[in-house]
Ligand binder design. Structure first.
Ligand code: HSE
Length: 427
């Protein structure tokens, strides 16, 4: 078949199956719109005899990666293995063999972007990764291409659907974390091993990629501060709601000059912030550029067809590109001109404590805060006195992270115990 572009798959699970179905089911439209026709020539799987949801001709299946690498007809590889290895080694080998790669793998990409890009440039192959961040939302291409004429200084992401689903249920139904997680696992909305999602790592990989693109400089994964949602208590969500805040696992990236802060942690945002209404498993990215101003993108961050939407669009983009492009910044592991990692950011804080119900306790807490330049914006005393203690909730004005951490360490149990410390983004 002349003019047909032969592609290979690394892996064929849920997302691979969705890509195969979309490529076939939408083949006529793709050919009509672009003149391109594709054939899946080989699919690398662990077990060629395993029963699959998607109907693949048996002869395309192989468990030998060299069958794809050494097939000169295959010019594009689509990767759905996920995880760092063996995916990274296979992707690198594919690029070194001159094959263009389309990947959904945020882990291998975030950790080895510099090596993959180097190999791609050396062989002239393309490297496409729209599906690695936020599934169907075209945020990579938007930042890289459509917002080129901007200096982006701030980006907020809800980039993990599992945790957004859990926090939404906790917020709307007042349930505790462990109960919602169990239910989400039963419904197939959380992985049997949810660690990467609930501990914030999945979001941190994605933020490292987004921040690097947005700020035109390498922001390594190790520079992203990460705190997941496993310690979030329904009581804090409730107290925040009473003060007009919604809790989200926010991926935050800010730049001032060469200083960059990147952090993923549960964050209170104002109820009227557009990101506060991104519920369930939806993802969203909100950013500010000096020319475009504020913008928000929302959509499905996971699932077979939403992810396939990004992958097949990348495949078409890769096959139509007269010349492959790479991010313009110096993408070495340790670039000579590097962005500075700011670990002492400023933000407001929410603090819940159980304080002794005695004279002088409030002024003692206020003094400790003041000693660390933390200024109180609001305070509420909640509920009844229990065992001589009462719940106090504080919202502070913007303070330095390290000062705030030092302040809460200084509060001693004879005054109060700090039950929760959460960050608040006011803008
Ligand atoms: N596990 C991710 C999420 C989807 O829950 O959003 C894949 O990145």
């Amino acid at each position: 078949m002349d003019g047909v572009i032969k592609v290979g798959f690394f892996g064929c699970g849920n997302v691979g199956g969705g890509v195969y179905r979309l490529m076939n089911g939408f083949a006529k439209e793709i050919a009509h719109r672009t003149g391109l026709r594709f054939e899946v020539k080989k699919v690398l799987v662990r077990d060629v005899n395993k029963k699959r949801d998607v109907e693949l001709p048996q002869e395309v299946l192989t468990s030998n990666v060299n069958d794809l690498l050494e097939d000169e007809e295959i010019s594009i590889i689509l990767e759905f293995l996920g995880g760092e290895e063996p995916a990274y080694s296979y992707l690198l080998a594919a690029l070194q063999h001159g094959k263009t790669v389309v990947t959904a793998n945020k882990v291998a990409f975030a950790l080895h972007w510099h090596e993959l890009q180097k190999a791609a440039k050396e062989s002239g192959a393309g490297l496409y990764y729209e599906a690695a961040v936020c599934g169907a939302i075209p945020i990579i291409h938007t930042i890289e291409d459509s917002l080129q004429a901007n200096r982006i200084d701030r980006l907020y992401g809800i980039v993990n659907g599992t945790t957004n689903y859990i926090l939404t249920r906790m917020s709307k139904e007042g349930e505790e974390y462990a109960d919602v997680l169990k239910d989400a696992q039963r419904l197939g909305l959380a992985e049997p091993d949810p660690a990467s999602d609930v501990e914030g790592l999945d979001a941190a990989y994605k933020l490292s990629i987004l921040a690097s693109l947005a700020f035109h400089g390498r922001v390594p994964f190790e520079n992203v501060y990460v705190e997941g949602i496993t310690g979030v208590q329904a009581e804090d969500i409730r107290c925040g709601q009473e003060l007009g805040y919604t809790l989200k696992l926010l991926a935050i990236a800010k730049r001032e000059g060469l200083k960059v802060e990147t952090r993923v942690h549960p964050t209170f945002i104002r109820d009227d912030h557009p990101m506060a209404n991104i519920n369930g498993a939806f993802n969203a990215v909100y950013l500010n550029g000096h020319a475009c101003g504020e913008m928000m993108f929302m959509g499905r961050g996971a699932g077979d067809l939403p992810t396939a939407s990004a992958i097949v669009s990348d495949l078409i983009r890769a096959a139509s590109a007269p010349k492959h492009c790479y991010p313009t910044f110096e993408n070495d592991l340790y670039p000579t001109v590097s962005l500075e990692n700011n670990t002492d950011w400023r933000c407001s804080f929410y603090v819940r404590m159980l304080a002794q119900d005695q004279p002088g306790v409030l002024s003692s807490v206020a003094k400790t805060f003041a000693d660390h330049n933390v200024s109180i914006a609001a305070m509420q005393q909640k509920g009844e006195v229990k065992n001589g203690r009462v719940t106090l909730v504080f919202i502070t004005h913007a303070a330095y992270e390290k000062e705030m951490q030092a302040a809460v360490k200084e509060i001693t149990p004879d005054v109060a115990t700090v039950e929760s410390l959460l960050r608040v983004e006011e803008d």
